[in-house]
Ligand binder design. Structure first.
Ligand code: NAD
Ligand code: UDP
Length: 323
């Protein structure tokens, strides 16, 4: 495979750090750009000794001049507590960030991939969700800064494609989990695992009957890299694991895999506009991306993620003990 210089925005975050590692393993040069809002250097510390890796502190809402062959645009807080912390900045990150990265792609003639989201479907009335579904999104709610920001970024990508013949790719990512998630990230998989390991109450919002389909990070990264390197197909394409679970089932599975936990399940109010169900139709991805299909199912993915968090807290305890 031809070696490339690749920019990953949001590269120090959960998904970005896995993507940087994969691209280095494939022999490419990687520029990881991040403002460290939700990401951190620890996620990429093992990559720093690689001479093909470069870390830049930069905010995508400002332009940047680099010479690259490919751009993966991941910069954007992804968990509701983080994207709702400063909603105006969230929209700016998606929209101004897309404009700046598309401008960079235009100048350098780089191929550019947008990390879009299943949230563009909102609280879907079509189930499972196919790429031709236009969605059911509240434009003025608490989740809108994220959902509408990502929808506008998709619009920009397709307008740059039509107007400037940019070489774009768009993937719509469904709930993804795995090592390097922030322990206080607020997303459901990390929340339940951290709560169970710390013997804290497991917080189910609502009655736990809402559903999500959980994809292990390695499957997503494989899909993203295939999509970036696929000729003649720009998307949008769903990348997710179609196995659907209720949030209550997820809590029970986490507790089953951490048998020593003394945590109890408690119920809290359901946040506003929380989608009731979500499941990707991945027929298009399977067809267009050489039979791509998620391989790691929930039990195994949860076990790996639990292993990561156990180690994370053990290291933390040692740090505290040595202070
Ligand atoms: P994350 O919060 O761990 O990573 C986002 C990264 O972007 C962080 O490192 C953060 O510091 C950085 N960032 C935020 N604003 C920035 C800015 N203005 N300039 C530069 N860097 C900035 O989240 P993640 O789960 O790794 O998500 C990565 C991307 O994938 C996001 O665009 C997200 O919308 C998308 N996505 C993720 C999921 C998922 O389930 N993990 C699902 C759908 C879409
Ligand atoms: N959720 C929950 N307890 C938590 C965190 C989340 O019950 O501690 C629920 C949340 O209300 C939603 C689902 O889990 O219905 C997935 O939430 P997450 O924030 O992970 O992803 P998203 O809602 O963006 O799909």
């Amino acid at each position: 495979m031809e070696k490339k210089k690749i920019l990953v925005t949001g590269g120090a975050g959960f998904l970005g750090s896995h993507l940087c590692k994969r691209l280095l393993d494939d022999g490419h040069e990687v520029v990881c750009l991040d403002n460290f809002f939700t990401g951190n250097k620890d996620n990429v510390i093992e990559l720093m000794s690689n001479p093909r890796f470069e870390l830049l502190r930069h905010d995508v809402t400002f332009p940047i001049y680099l010479e690259v062959n490919q751009i993966y645009n991941l910069a954007c807080p992804a968990s509701p507590i983080h994207y709702q912390f400063d909603p105006v900045q969230t929209t700016k990150t998606s929209v101004h960030g897309a404009i700046n990265m598309l401008g960079l792609a235009k100048r350098t003639k780089a191929r550019i991939l947008q990390a879009s989201t299943s949230e563009v479907y909102g609280d879907p009335q079509v189930h499972p969700q196919t790429e031709d579904y236009w969605g059911h999104v509240n434009p003025i709610g608490f989740r809108s800064c994220y959902d509408e920001g990502k929808r506008c970024a998709e619009t920009l990508f397709f307008d740059y494609y039509r107007q400037n013949q940019l070489d774009i790719r768009v993937v719509r990512i469904f709930n993804t989990y795995g090592p390097n998630m922030h322990p206080n990230d607020g997303r459901v998989v990390s929340n339940f695992i951290v709560q169970a390991l710390k013997n804290e109450d497991i917080t189910i919002y609502g009655d736990g009957s809402q559903t999500r389909s959980f994809q292990y990070v390695d499957d997503l990264i494989e899909g993203m890299v295939r999509m970036m390197n696929q000729d003649g197909f720009i998307g949008p394409v769903n990348l997710g694991n179609p196995h659907e679970f209720t949030i209550k089932e997820l809590a029970e599975r986490v507790l089953h895999l951490i048998p020593e936990s003394k945590s109890k399940i408690i119920y809290k109010p359901l946040p506003e506009d929380d989608p009731l169900q979500r499941q990707p139709d991945i027929t298009l991805a399977k067809t267009k991306l050489d039979g791509w299909d998620p391989k790691i199912q929930l039990e195994e993915g949860l076990a790996r993620t639990i292993g990561y968090f156990r180690e994370y807290f053990e290291k933390d305890e040692k740090k505290v003990a040595s202070c």
